[in-house]
Design a protein around this ligand. Structure first.
Ligand code: F6P
Length: 495
């Protein structure tokens, strides 16, 4: 667990994120309706929640639940979690125009594709940029209000590149600002296409500490600063940038998952669950299962993966009726045309494969897009023979780590794209693929399905050790310890 000592020594915590940790909605009851709260299934929110409770901090986020306003007080605040009311959730209400420009627009039609190397997909619409600036200002103002001289402010992700500088200019020097960038940071040759490059970099350089998943993204960031900001001084050895009299330390912190929780959920899924799951989805008891679990995003390489599975069935007919590919998909950002196109493309690929190879007793691809509970998801991970992670570009890919953590019997095989950040940590024991190399990818699926049990067990045990030791709590401890160290140095230098 996170070391409370480290956290309390950096003062109260102010977290700034686009998504909120809890949302409220209405549920119909016999006497009308009541308000219910949805809790996060896992990930960062669940991990940060105990830290927030310990420091009585403030979490600032976009209020987008249908009943959020009804439980929030006149200061737009609500105490969370409901049973202990240990910290403040400050909700910011955004207009439809702001959501369109800031979230769907600049965040997800400019920064998202740009950072994932999709320069041709980035749409530089002035309205998006204006609203992104406006919303960053709103979040910065709320942060300034919530932060004190000994606060630790933690910005999350690409929604807030401008706010750190705005906050830096308004709070005391002793308020520590840090930021974790959850996606890739591209090389200069990609980033230089962005017309707002200077503002984005200057904004992020308002932070004292800036974290990325892997070293390469840190290096890319420093290169971009070097090229775009003439007055910045870069210390490549110390991973520091000095700009406008302020120093930002840039470090890699590979994010982990709550491996114990995934393991427990996985252990609770017994053989009966799996036979029922197979029956429910029309999968014969002896059929081998290959799985993919993704948010429906064009960076995840889902179509490329389906192509590889199709190639396997085409070139190695002996696998027909022997193996089934299960795709669990979570719809995402569906108002954006590129995401709608992807949904159609995935559906069409699946229909094509099923029509081409399916028989009365066997459907090659099973598609699940409805919600499944954490126990069920972890059971699906546990009993699937192979997991395919074929991102064409991905900051980390936590799903690959979840699959590993769920392998309590040490008998699954992870096939992992060398384009995912997770590859840096897991690549040694996973089977490597290039998602664009369809023939080699198809062969690797076969290698995974036929791997010798000893080899499989050794690889998975090593993967589990890696994922279990570098988990979410180790990640947070590392970040907080680094913040603490930098803060002490800052105080010593100022004194
Ligand atoms: O991977 C980046 C990220 O922002 C994650 O932190 C988050 O889980 C995911 O994208 C979901 O995106 P959205 O909030 O747009 O649904």
């Amino acid at each position: 667990e996170t070391d409370g000592g480290i956290v309390s020594s950096v003062g109260d915590l102010v977290v700034v994120s686009n998504r909120q940790p809890y949302t409220h909605s209405y549920e119909a009851t016999d006497d009308g309706r009541e308000i219910t709260v949805s809790r996060p299934a896992g990930g960062l929110t669940a991990g940060l929640d105990p830290v927030m409770q310990e420091t009585d901090g403030t979490w600032i986020a976009w209020g987008d639940g249908e009943a959020d306003a009804d439980v929030t007080d006149e200061n737009d605040e609500v105490r969370m979690p409901p049973e202990s009311e240990a910290y403040t959730l400050r909700r910011l209400w955004l207009t439809d125009e702001e959501v369109e420009g800031y979230y769907y627009g600049y965040s997800n039609r400019v920064l998202w594709p740009l950072c994932h190397g999709g320069t041709m997909k980035a749409e530089y619409v002035e309205r998006y940029w204006q609203r992104y600036q406006q919303v960053n200002r709103t979040f910065a103002d709320a942060t300034i209000e919530a932060a004190s001289e000994d606060s630790l402010v933690w910005f999350q992700d690409y929604h807030f590149t401008l706010a750190p500088r705005q906050v830096r200019e308004a709070v005391p020097d002793s308020t520590f600002l840090m930021h974790f960038w959850h996606i890739t940071w591209p090389g200069w040759d990609t980033f230089r296409s962005c017309p707002n490059q200077e503002a984005l970099l200057k904004g992020l350089l308002g932070n004292d500490l800036l974290g990325f998943h892997v070293e390469r993204y840190c290096k890319n960031f420093l290169d971009c600063v070097d090229e775009a900001l003439e007055d910045a001084f870069i210390d490549y050895d110390g991973n520091r940038v000095n700009y406008d009299g302020h120093t930002t330390t840039v470090r890699a912190f590979p994010m982990g998952i709550d491996a114990d929780s995934i393991r427990e959920h996985s252990e609770s899924a017994d053989e009966a669950f799996w036979s029922e799951f197979k029956t429910d989805h029309g999968i014969e008891p002896d059929t081998r299962v290959v799985v993919g679990v993704d948010r429906l995003d064009y960076t995840k390489g889902i179509v490329e993966r389906l192509d590889a599975f199709e190639r396997l069935l085409e070139t190695r007919p002996e696998w027909r009726e022997e193996v089934c590919y299960v795709q669990k998909a979570n719809e995402s950002r569906s108002l954006i045309p590129d995401y709608q196109d992807l949904q159609t493309e995935v559906q069409e690929s699946i229909e094509r494969i099923n029509e081409r190879f399916g028989t009365d007793d066997w459907q090659p691809v099973v598609y699940i897009n409805e919600f499944i509970a954490q126990d069920e998801l972890c059971g699906l991970y546990r009993y699937s023979d192979v997991m395919l992670v074929s991102a064409v570009r991905d900051g980390m890919n936590l799903v690959s780590k979840e699959y590993v953590a769920a392998q309590v019997d040490d008998d699954g095989v992870l096939v992992l794209s060398d384009q995912a950040g997770a590859y840096e940590e897991l690549g040694e024991w996973a089977l490597t693929i290039n998602p664009y190399d369809t023939d080699a990818f198809a062969e690797t699926i076969e290698t995974a399905l036929t791997m010798d049990p000893d080899d499989r067990g050794d690889r998975m045990a090593a993967l589990r050790e890696q994922v279990g030791s570098q988990d979410l709590f180790a990640w947070m401890d590392d970040i907080f310890a680094t913040a603490d160290e930098l803060r002490e140095k800052k105080v010593a230098n100022d004194g």
